[in-house]
Design a protein around this ligand. Structure first.
Ligand SMILES: [Zn+2]
Length: 480
């Protein structure tokens, strides 16, 4: 750790004094491994923790039962600093904690393959530690945690923005667990439309009276054939992919219902026209097969445009916190995991860095944080809770997510986030610079949601899948 001011040393102590409680919360959420919009236990644990610290919590915001906003104000209540936090898991990634080889707790069940168990937990540790310092030092300001469900299906933020929840927020610190300790500024990732197309045909005996039937499965295949040809003529920044979610039950029954789920991704300026072209493919497929069809948009998100001045501030604090120190045992686990997974074997060796569009190519993934970056200055701080080499949505992330490596990273993240928020609360000059940069972005890219009129969060999308495993998972729940 480089030289810290006495205030930041005090904040670091405030974080360390309560870290163990938050490690347990993170481990409990890891064990619940609840899918998007099913995070009832996870969000309740976070809400209870924030409420008992004196935060005022509004639950079920923007039409999502597991979303919440937790606020706490001191003095004049200005400035208002927002903190984004996620807690949803991913299907099929169940994995034993600390096992360096692939070994599920409940085969087929969900797991925290993207470190989200640590994320809203880290933000809760951040704001509760800051609250102590603000009270001690008589600092003005409001701390607002946005409990953001269903990030893995890119759902919650456009709805939180649509509900006007970021209107009075001066700056936002988002976070993500990672293999590195870093922050980025500038344009990141792709915008995306996520939608399900369902075709309706007619059943009949596929052998004795096929002429009586109209196959919805044929329509799905023809839509795929159409978008496959479409992709060749899209800008090279596009990503277009799909899965068939329903395609009939038996070859001898012409299926009267079939569905396909699409992600259409590209730059903000291209994504809407790509989406419309895919809808034309759906219409064409229905016409060719004499079926009808229906489109349900699940999510529509912007690219991220992270604030440079805020990223530079957060990076100074990341450097001030520095990398956690790892024990021989942790290093040995990391090397064993890297060996088993076929990653480069280098232990807990990773960089601490500030990245931007100049330091690497644009990545194809998306995040619903994009919409927030267009309504408030925002950056995503990435803090180290994984073994280097572990990609997102991989069993190795689940393996590490409730170990001492993740705990150390969670604490380091909370220190860097609370140092940064402290700077925003106490240095009006730096906040003004961040705001001025944001106003320029807002002029260049005035915010307009990609959500179609009347779009609603897809409540229940994961209910059946979650219920299939919840009973078997319960015996392995960890107590917070
Ligand atoms: Zn994630």
């Amino acid at each position: 750790m480089t030289m810290l001011s006495s205030e930041k040393l005090e904040i670091a102590r405030a974080v360390e004094s309560r870290q163990e409680k938050f490690w347990k919360i993170s481990d409990a959420i890891w064990s619940y491994a609840e899918l998007g919009l099913e995070e009832y236990k996870s969000s309740k644990l976070l809400v209870d923790t924030l409420e008992s610290a004196g935060f005022k919590v509004e639950q079920g915001v923007a039409g999502m039962p597991t979303a919440f906003v937790a606020s706490w104000s001191h003095g004049t209540g200005k400035p208002v600093i927002g903190f984004l936090g996620e807690y949803d898991a991913l299907p099929m990634l169940s994995q034993k904690s600390g096992s360096p080889t692939k070994d599920p707790v409940v085969p087929g069940a969900p797991g925290h393959g993207c470190s989200h168990n640590t994320m809203c937990t880290m933000q809760a540790l951040t704001v509760i530690s800051l609250q102590e310092i603000m009270q001690k030092k008589g600092l003005n300001g409001t701390l607002k945690v946005f409990g953001s469900p269903a990030e893995e299906i890119l759902v919650s933020r456009p709805y939180l923005v649509r509900a006007g929840l970021f209107k009075d927020v001066d700056a936002v610190i988002d976070c993500h667990g990672d293999t590195e300790f870093k922050v980025a500024y500038g344009m990141e990732g792709t915008a995306m439309y996520s939608f399900i197309v369902t075709f309706y045909g007619k059943t009949s005996h596929a052998g004795s009276s096929p002429w009586m039937g109209r196959s919805s499965a044929d329509a799905v295949e023809l839509m795929h054939a159409g978008t496959e040809r479409m992709r060749e003529h899209l800008p090279i920044t596009q990503r277009t992919h799909w899965v068939t979610t329903e395609g009939g039950e038996a070859p001898n029954v012409v299926p009267d219902r079939a569905s396909t789920w699409y992600y259409i991704r590209d730059l903000d300026e291209n994504v809407e026209s790509n989406f419309k072209w895919a809808l034309d493919c759906a219409r064409g497929a229905a016409l060719m097969t004499q079926t009808t069809h229906e489109v349900k948009v699940i999510a529509a998100v912007h690219q991220r445009f992270s604030n440079k001045a805020l990223a530079e501030l957060v990076f100074e604090n990341i450097k001030a916190v520095g990398k956690p120190e790892y024990t021989e045992e942790e290093e040995a686990y990391a090397r064993a995991l890297q060996e088993a997974a076929g990653f480069q074997v280098k232990g807990m060796d990773y960089p601490v860095e500030l990245t931007s569009p100049e330091t690497g190519p644009l990545r194809g993934g998306s995040s619903d944080v994009g919409d927030v970056t267009l309504v408030a200055p925002c950056v995503s701080m990435r803090y180290p809770v994984r073994v280097p080499g572990s990609p997102s949505h991989h069993w190795t992330v689940v393996s590490t997510g409730a170990t001492s490596i993740a705990h150390k990273g969670l604490t380091a993240g909370a220190k860097a986030a609370s140092f940064s928020a402290y700077d925003l609360l106490t240095n009006p000059g730096v906040l003004a610079k961040i705001r001025a940069e944001f106003e320029e972005l807002a002029r260049e890219r005035p915010y307009k949601t990609f959500l179609p009129d009347g779009a609603q969060p897809p409540i229940g999308l994961n209910t059946a899948l979650m219920e299939k495993y919840r009973g078997d998972m319960e015996q392995f729940y960890k107590n917070p």
